[in-house]
Each structure stands twice: as C-alpha cells, then as structure tokens.
Design a protein around this ligand. Structure first.
Ligand code: PRP
Ligand code: ZN
Length: 284
C-alpha cells in the first residue's frame, strides 16, 4: 500500500506546530533528528527538511505534500498546489532598520542596501512602492547584517519580534502577512490523493473544533425561541427540561468570535448558568 510523504520543517518556527497539527489529526510522527520517520497509525512518512527546500521537493514529487509558510511558497514560486491554510505559525515579512535610525517612510530605503532571504517578494514590493534599493540575498542570520555593515536594513520574518529586538533593529513596514499552509504536488496518484483527502477531512474537523465552542445554558421556557434564534448551532439547539418547572437547558455550538457578541443578549433574555466548553473535534 502506498504512503503519503509529507515534508516538514526540520527545526524552526513551523516544526513543532506541524507535528502538533498532525497529532491532533490522530497521526503520530516523531522527529528524532533523522531525515525520515514513519507515522505509527496512518500510511504517512515524514521527511524533515529546511523549509526553503520544501517547495522544490514537493514540485519534484519527492514529497507528495508539505507544511510551510505562505511566504516561502510565494518566494520560491514552484509548481505546488495550496490545499489549505492552517491558521498557525502566523508571522509577517517585514522591513526593519537600526533602532537609532530616523525612519520616515519607504523612501528612506532609496539607494540603500537591504539584506533578505526573500529577494523575489522584496523586489516586487519595492517596485510597487517606487523605491530603488539594492537587495543583498543571504540565506540565514539576516538580522545581523546591519550590525556588521553588510546592509542598511533587513527584510525578514517577524513572529514575536524578539530576534529584531536582540539585534538592535526596529520593524518599520509590513511587506506581507503569512501563516502555515498545506501544499501538494500537482499530480498525485489516485491512491495518494485519497490519503490526502482523508488528511484534509481530519484537518477540517480540527479547525472547526478550534473555531467553535460548546455552549450550555439554563433558559426560562418563555424565552426559548428567542434564545434558540441567537444560537442556531449545527442543525438546531438541543433543549431538555430542567427539574425546576418553567426552565430548560439549551445546548448548542457557537463560533468563538460570535460568542462575545451574543452574550449580553443571552443575559438580557434571562439565560443563566452559561457554560462555554472547548470542542475536541467537529464534523459538520
Ligand atoms: C525567522 C526569522 C527570525 C525568526 C523571527 O526564521 O529569520 O530568525 O524567525 O522570529 P521572532 O520574531 O519570534 O524572533 P524562520 O523560522 O523562518 O527560520 P529560517 O529563517 O531558518 O527558515
Ligand atoms: Zn527558512
């Protein structure tokens, strides 16, 4: 039986999150420092690679799928299909200059030198802004370039901002926002496509669960219709009578971000004992 081969970042911002999302899909893979590892309970084999190399491996069919940042997918512009945005490892590709520099706007970079591992994205951005700057392409430790006199500024990934801070730099422009995506090779065999579909189904269930909450509350029977309308849930809410006359317990599902919008209305309608609980998996 064929196995789905997934390329994952060997070490870096994406590695732990990538293994984590697989584990939430019930697929256990160990990153034991080796190049390859097999999943215990799904026909999947993981290859641990530098994230910058993943588009090439997937485009060349060495790996069937991969998890990496949108920034790398765009920069490398290889023949891969983005199957799903994954909602983790969120970051931005930003321009940064020395903390003591008096930055005005993008014209500050006119005639200056910028160090980056993202020359394609950066040159497009500079062109759009009408700025002429020279790009110094380096593959790693971009943040030290201004300090050693290699460049005036950098264009690099910022997540928590601690790398910039410890290197005496300040973020001045956001070039693009990025998050992790699942990519696939454009021509998978029918067997591998079926495995990918299974994985996508599980990822969907994990994402739905993260975006929704299970809500339980006690409501006066007279207000059940109005409260149900605020919490339509997946099909309709479950309503069970309470032992106390005139009251019911209502169970439903609510989007995390919508919950805060309806909470005051629920209270206004007399809802009491509102519990909001996490959902482990959710299949629509
Ligand atoms: C990026 C970037 C910084 C770090 C920034 O590296 O080059 O080193 O993340 O994160 P922070 O704002 O939380 O300090 P990345 O994870 O993309 O690894 P790579 O450059 O080795 O591919
Ligand atoms: Zn990288």
């Amino acid at each position: 039986m064929s196995k789905l081969r997934i390329a994952i970042q060997k070490s870096g911002r994406l590695s732990a999150d990538s293994l984590n999302v697989l584990s939430e899909c019930g697929i256990r893979v160990k990153n034991g420092g080796k190049l390859k590892a097999e999943a215990a309970n799904f026909p999947l084999e993981a290859l641990f690679l530098r994230d910058d190399d993943i588009p090439q491996y997937v485009a060349d069919n060495v790996a069937d799928i991969g998890i990496l940042g949108q920034n790398v997918v765009i920069e490398k512009a290889k023949n891969v299909v983005v199957q799903k945005t994954l909602g983790f490892s969120k970051c931005r590709l930003s321009l940064a200059v020395k903390r003591e520099d008096e930055y005005t706007n993008t014209s500050w970079f006119e005639g200056k030198k910028i160090a980056t591992s993202y020359p394609v994205i950066l040159s497009k951005y500079l062109q759009e802004k009408g700025v002429n700057a020279s790009i110094e392409e380096i593959s790693g430790s971009v943040e030290i370039a201004p300090g050693i006199g290699l460049a005036d500024g950098v264009c690099d990934i910022v997540s928590t901002g601690s790398t910039l801070l410890t290197n005496g730099l300040k973020e001045v422009e956001t070039v693009m926002k990025s998050e992790a995506v699942l990519v696939s090779s454009p021509n998978l065999s029918t067997e591998k496509q079926a495995l990918l579909d299974q994985l996508l189904f599980r990822l969907e269930a994990v994402q739905n669960a993260q975006q929704n909450k299970y809500i339980l509350l006690n409501a006066p029977n007279a207000k059940l219709n109005e409260i149900s309308a605020l919490l339509p849930g997946m099909k309709s809410p479950t309503i069970l009578p309470l032992a106390q006359e005139g009251w019911s317990s209502l169970h439903s599902v609510v989007k995390e971000d919508e919950f805060w919008e309806v909470i005051d209305q629920l209270k206004g309608l007399g809802a009491q004992g509102i519990l909001v609980c996490p959902i482990e998996k959710m299949i629509l």
